[in-house]
Write a protein that binds this ligand. Structure first.
Ligand SMILES: [Zn+2]
Ligand SMILES: [Zn+2]
Length: 168
């Protein structure tokens, strides 16, 4: 997910490059295989990247803690600003208030990984579930609550009451 954009930077505004993505992306110490498409447009200031990249997240259900896998789709839209002018070699400083922009490296390498990692983190659900109606774990016995679950509502309530008394 690193692209040498020196020839694109030498072209006029509106020039385009397109790439297929089939790569590994490391996020929080876990490698995910990702595939997709990247389009780069030369802008007056740099390169505007539009990428649609998809991978799969291995996680656990927030209710029953069983393993779950679900797709993650990243729709990246970011402008990358060069660090060095491709024609003159002069350093390019960002205008004030724009210091957060993504940069193209000194050797004109545009590295999509940082943006992909950030978009990945934003795409994660707050509470993943194995299925929408996952009942979760029984607060009394810790097992998954099925239709014939032995623990009754009264038993559960009694346990919570005991717990509440302990806390007094
Ligand atoms: Zn579940
Ligand atoms: Zn139970």
């Amino acid at each position: 997910m690193e692209y040498n954009v020196s020839s694109l930077l030498k072209q006029h505004t509106g020039a385009i490059r397109e790439y297929e993505v089939d790569d590994d992306l490391l996020v929080d110490g876990v490698t995910h295989h990702v595939r997709g498409h990247v389009r780069m447009d030369r802008t007056p200031d740099g390169v505007f990247v539009r990428a649609r990249i998809a991978g799969e997240m291995q996680d656990e259900c927030s209710r029953c803690l069983q393993p779950v896998a679900y797709p993650i789709v990243l729709d990246i839209e970011e402008e990358y600003i060069p660090t060095v002018d491709v024609n003159t070699g002069a350093r390019i400083t960002l205008p004030e208030g724009d210091e957060e922009a993504y940069r193209i490296g000194e050797r004109h390498m545009l590295d999509l990984r940082e943006a992909a990692q950030e978009y990945w983190a934003l795409a994660l659900p707050i509470a993943p579930v194995c299925r929408e109606d996952c009942p979760g774990l029984c607060p009394a016995c810790g097992e998954e609550i099925g239709p014939d679950h032995p623990c009754s509502r009264e038993q559960i309530d009694a346990r919570w009451q005991k717990l509440a008394q302990l806390r007094l």
